[in-house]
Design a protein around this ligand. Structure first.
Ligand SMILES: [Zn+2]
Length: 228
């Protein structure tokens, strides 16, 4: 993949455009500050559908079940029945917007999966486990793309990070539902254990090549996959 650059578009959403494409445009005409701004803007507008499509394509992964991919697709399109979405459809009354974690914030998808002090802390734990570092953006599509690219390296690393992101949002959504409907609370560090266990199961089910025992998976997943 070409090196990606974050760029903000007219509707306030962040998109990713290729540096190579910008270089091409800059070579094509005289470089003036004004042109770069106009050129970048036009390029962005023309790239928006492809950028969105690219992130949506990431939901499909050969080692991830169809139900999880469909769930992630709904998440990226903001089609999950979060409390704010149910309020906007008049299914819930406006006074029922609170996040199930008890943080006092309204439950949107962005809040639940990224900015909630409880559920959002998952990402830090997961990055620690994998051994890579980064900051969380407040846009779900951006977060998915950046997380997928976080470990750098080749396709195998990107594929693993993509799988982990899909698994994390799946685990968070199930925990949210457990808290809401079954009144069962699982501490966040235990959710990380679920991520470790389930990722192992998903990878083994599809016969990924492993060079380790299960214990090692708990501390060094990239090394275990031979891509550390
Ligand atoms: Zn919350």
């Amino acid at each position: 993949m070409a090196q990606l650059l974050n760029a903000i578009c007219y509707d306030g959403t962040w998109y990713h455009i290729s540096l190579a494409e910008i270089e091409f445009n800059r070579d094509d005409r005289a470089i003036t500050k004004c042109f770069i701004v106009r050129g970048a803007y036009s390029l962005l507008v023309s790239q928006v559908p492809q950028a969105v499509d690219y992130v949506l394509d990431l939901v499909w992964h050969k080692q991830v079940s169809l139900k999880v991919s469909v769930f992630a697709w709904r998440l990226l399109r903001d089609r999950l029945p979060t409390r704010l979405n149910l309020i906007s459809r008049r299914v819930l009354s406006p006074d029922m917007s609170s996040c199930v974690a008890g943080c006092g914030h309204p439950e949107s998808a962005q809040h639940l999966f990224l900015s909630c002090d409880t559920f959002g802390s998952m990402w830090h734990l997961v990055r620690d486990w994998i051994g890579c570092y980064g900051v969380d953006t407040d846009n779900i599509s951006d977060h998915f793309l950046q997380f997928t690219l976080l470990a750098g390296g080749g396709a195998a690393r990107r594929s693993f990070m993509q799988l982990i992101w899909l698994l994390c949002v799946w685990v968070v959504w199930n925990e949210r539902n457990n808290r809401l409907f079954n009144h069962v609370v699982t501490p966040i560090p235990c959710l990380l254990d679920k991520v470790k266990l389930m990722s192992l199961g998903w990878l083994k089910a599809k016969k990924a090549t492993f060079v380790f025992d299960t214990q090692q998976w708990w501390s060094s997943p990239l090394v275990c996959l031979g891509i550390g």
